[in-house]
Design a protein around this ligand. Structure first.
Ligand SMILES: C[C@H](O)[C@H](O)[C@@H](O)C(O)C(=O)O
Ligand SMILES: [Mg+2]
Length: 394
């Protein structure tokens, strides 16, 4: 029977804790939780650790789809119990019995049916996970990698930059640039601002003039602070300033991009979702690079639309994290010239797979490049040694 006639027989949603797709859920003493500037830094009791205000409360959501011939596709995103409930109690009805190839209709039904409580956030993370699982299933049924389903690769391998505390080590590992978390925001005053600049200056000294350095501000600044930071950081060759403001402040981003020194890129979109959210960013001229996370913005089905919109606006699309799910997309688009690799080693000194230890076969950069797996679907398997639970059924 051709794939076109295959239907989805079973939908199952599992949750997993301890790293993986919820990569912020790490142990103690990890660089990713070490006094990073956040929107909660205005409250001193939550300034030292993001886990202290609950960044890791969600956990990983794993969606498994089984076709009527027993073929199983899966995907993971951030979503935990809440996502599992949405899949089992609400979205499963649009999947079971539907044709595996009806991806567009399924997305539309998931989106429309959840509008009264959805639109973005956890609901879009969940819709994304289902959509990615559908692509994985379709790839496995057709025995093709997902990038082939998307029109095929436009390049042989991906060029990667690293996000972590040690751009100097990232340079030695062959990455094209290093993005550091910003440690101090407005609540830390001018002293904090000086420390931000001192760290950047120190890194610039270590990596030389040609290596890209970026600051990830994780939604924690205001326009005035971000503008001043951008101008001081420009003296040290900062390539881009990322997610300086809260995602809802489109007007602030518009102003910041106007204020930024010539040559410095303003980037955002990691916590934005759907073609409509990105339309707002693009039409208002908020960013030079948009950074949708394919596990949060609506999945591949939505990222295709977001990417086309961005292309027409002359903006690059450099997806946030999301491992194989973004690699298969990025390799098919000319307006996504490079990719992010999140350094999940506790001190960012070694390369470990981004969603480690959850996936088997997850590719890692070698000399700063990734070859996207050509095995069916996204080319990864769920690690059977990882405990998962199924909190709800239907
Ligand atoms: C390093 C940042 O604070 C975040 O943890 C990370 O998720 C991010 O924003 C990124 O762009 O990778
Ligand atoms: Mg970021």
């Amino acid at each position: 029977m051709s794939t076109h006639h295959r239907t989805i027989a079973h939908v199952r949603a599992y949750t997993v804790t301890g790293g993986g797709a919820d990569y912020h859920d790490q142990g103690a003493d990890h660089w990713i939780d070490d006094h990073i500037s956040t929107p909660m830094s205005v409250y001193p009791e939550y300034a030292d650790s993001r886990q202290s205000f609950g960044l890791n409360v969600l956990g990983t959501l794993m969606v498994e789809l089984e076709a009527d011939d027993g073929t199983v596709g899966f995907a993971v995103s951030t979503g935990g119990d809440l996502g599992a409930w949405i899949v089992e109690k609400h979205l499963a009805r649009f999947l079971e019995g539907a044709r595996v190839t009806d991806i567009e209709r399924i997305w539309d039904q998931m989106y429309r049916s959840t509008l009264f409580y959805g639109r973005r956030g956890i609901v879009l993370n969940t819709i994304s996970a289902v959509d990615l699982a559908l692509y994985d299933l379709l790839g496995r049924l057709r025995q093709e990698p997902v990038y082939s389903l998307l029109g095929g690769p436009v390049r042989e391998e991906l060029t990667m930059y690293a996000t972590g505390a040690r751009p100097d080590i990232a340079k030695d590992l062959g990455f094209i640039g290093g993005k550091m978390p910003l440690h101090h925001g407005p609540a830390d005053g001018e002293e904090g601002m000086d420390q931000n600049i001192a760290l950047l200056a120190d890194m610039r000294e270590r990596v030389g003039d040609d290596f890209w350095l970026m600051y990830d501000c994780w939604m924690s600044l205001d326009v005035d602070y971000a503008t001043r930071l951008a101008h001081r950081a420009h003296d040290h060759g900062l390539r881009w300033l990322e997610e300086a403001l809260i995602p809802d402040d489109y007007w602030g981003y518009q102003q910041l991009r106007r204020n930024a020194p010539k040559g410095m890129l303003i980037t955002t979109g990691e916590h934005e979702a759907t073609r409509w959210g990105f339309r707002q960013l693009l039409e208002m001229g908020c960013a030079d690079i948009i950074q949708p996370d394919v596990g949060w913005c609506g999945g591949i089905t939505e990222l295709l639309k977001i990417s086309a919109l961005a292309d027409a606006h002359g903006a690059m699309v450099v997806p946030h994290g999301s491992s194989v799910y973004s690699y298969h997309f990025v390799v098919t688009r000319t307006n996504s010239p490079f990719s992010e690799f999140l350094m999940m080693h506790p001190t960012a000194e070694e390369i470990v797979p981004m969603f480690s230890p959850m996936l088997i076969g997850e590719p890692v950069p070698e000399n700063g490049k990734i070859r996207v797996p050509d095995t069916p679907g996204f080319g990864v398997e769920f690690n059977p040694e990882i405990a998962r639970s199924r909190p709800f059924t239907h």
